[in-house]
Design a protein around this ligand. Sequence first.
Ligand code: 13P
Ligand code: SF4
Length: 321
Amino acid sequence: MTIDLASTSDSLSREELFRRINALKKEMNALVLAHYYTLPEIQQVADIVGDSLALARAAEKTDADVIVFAGVYFMAETAKIINPGKLVLMPDARAGCPLADSCPAEEFRRFKAEHPGALVITYINSTAEIKALSDITCTSSNAEEIIRQIPLSQPIIFGPDRNLGGYLAKKLGREMILWQGYCYVHDEFSESSVLNACREYPDAELIAHPECREEVLRHASFIGSTKALLHYTVNSPVQTFIIATEPGIIYEMQKLSPRKTFIPAPKDPGNPRTLCTQMKQNTLEKLYLCMLNRKPEILVDETLRLASLGSIQRMLEMSPA
Ligand code: 13P
Ligand code: SF4
């Protein structure tokens, strides 16, 4: 039976939704995975909260029958590619990643053809079609480790994020052919907006995700994936941080370091989009209803699944846990 969202969301309290979700987890033998950018209540009810790599690894290792992915589409799609036999659900399958969608397969195929002989390394924030055109997938956690294993003489195409690609090329001292995609959440931090925040909080350290622009990264004391940023705030003696990534991560930062202060990096007045609206589409009500109704289910065509699996498996082999 399908239950209508409107008819339940008004009537169920947050505590009741927690109770029902936890009961369904047991009943369905389900694992709930959530990214750090999701709403606090989603992070509270999830079995595992992590960055893209940790969540892909959790999906690879689980013996649950059902994976419920509170994240964006490419994350759930990757879980399904790894686990064709499991039921993979998303609270809202319309929660896509605009960065992934900025790299259409046909255009990328042409781009690849312009650079014969180049090895194609793509960020996990990409569609299954792009992964099928790639040699190796990577995340912001393991991109550096993977690229270091490729001989310097080997040309590399990196996509779809130009900022992460540019950051890696500079750090590793090698040229890479970059697809010009970007994430609106990170690309809209400007040098002036973060410098204003640094002036306002002189004791704070600026830390940033590598999807930010070079002129922002240049001022950061630490650059890393969401998980690396989180660990940095736990281990550093510094008490105040300016966080240049999606502010959903601050929930976990504050939980692990309750005495420290976390300031979301501001944006310029004309660019107020600080949140990843797609991640925030995962609400508690939708999480409950997707488990209850066993949909929306994430499906991947078997030919596409097999074509995209190789690049994901290569990533997992090249960066063992
Ligand atoms: P992480 O892998 O660092 O969590 O990044 C995912 C993402 O979508 C960043 O915008
Ligand atoms: Fe995609 Fe950016 Fe949202 Fe990450 S923050 S899921 S890259 S739109």
